[in-house]
Design a protein around this ligand. Structure first.
Ligand code: SF4
Ligand code: SF4
Ligand code: FES
Length: 249
């Protein structure tokens, strides 16, 4: 099977891969690097969909290379995402080859490796840590099962940047924090043990904050861990409005 891979200077190299049963895209990249081009650069670590470091644009879709099986995507025809407009959705990929590109919306360091710093800067700006109310307790601060369920799907994020690479707002506005950073802010906002909720609302209630989101759900669609960032963003919008009404009356 042919793999068409984007290189640092923007041109594509074509490699013939001997596909084995259940081979992942990451394993195909190893084979290319071992047998055909040792200079091919890509990032990985866990090989088990846990570390998030192998995120790539595979057949024009943001995916984890270690979790994507070659057999599942061979011959795939790919339509542009719905965000292109409901009436005209061009075909982005037609051939039988497998197209591998670096994750969009981030600067390329080498071949398939991108610089994650813009993503992590926004992530840090959200101050994604727990702030208690300062009172010392004899026991742990426990949550009810129901309260835990409200935040645990947001805590499942592996910081893979896939949603950041798929977000149409990030592609034109690098001041927008992006889906993962906002989802993480919600994870701490919705945590009943956190005493810092007003500060979190202020952090996201800015021109390029939650109000810049187009609510097109691309982030929800592509997340490999089923985190729903758009729900977090609309949750913030509702709570900001409620908070402002409370302040008036
Ligand atoms: S929200 Fe999902 S897609 Fe986005 S960084 Fe976290 S795990 Fe990756
Ligand atoms: S819903 Fe908002 S944050 Fe998610 S991809 Fe769309 S514009 Fe980006
Ligand atoms: S190598 Fe860790 S998620 Fe793919």
């Amino acid at each position: 099977m042919k793999f068409k891979i984007k290189r640092s200077d923007g041109h594509f190299d074509i490699f013939e891969v001997k596909v084995t049963p259940h081979m992942s895209v990451l394993e195909a990249l190893f084979q290319i690097q071992d047998e055909q081009d040792s200079t091919l650069a890509f990032r990985y670590s866990c090989r088990g969909a846990v570390c998030g470091s192998c995120a790539l644009l595979i057949n024009k879709k943001q995916r984890l290379a270690c979790r994507t099986q070659v057999s599942e995507i061979a011959g795939e025809r790919v339509l542009a995402p719905a965000a292109f407009g409901p009436l005209v959705r061009p075909l982005l990929k037609t051939g039988d080859d497998i197209l591998i590109e670096p994750l969009p919306n981030l600067p390329v360091v080498k071949d398939l490796i991108v610089d994650w710093e813009p993503f992590f800067k926004h992530y840090r700006d959200m101050q994604p840590w727990f702030i208690g109310n300062g009172t010392k307790t004899e026991t742990e601060m426990l949550m009810s099962q129901a309260d835990l369920e409200k935040v645990e799907k947001y805590a499942a994020c592996i910081q893979c940047c896939i949603c950041y690479g798929a977000c149409p707002v990030v592609s034109r506005n690098k001041d927008f924090p992006g889906p993962a950073a906002l989802a993480k802010a919600w994870r701490f906002y919705a945590d009943t043990r956190n005493s810092d909720t007003e500060a979190i609302l202020k952090r996201v209630d800015i021109k390029n904050g939650v109000w810049a989101c187009n609510e097109v759900y691309r982030c929800v669609e592509v997340c490999p861990k089923k985190v729903p960032p758009t729900n977090a963003i609309t949750g913030f919008m509702r709570n900001i409005i409620k908070h402002k009404f409370k302040a008036i009356f």
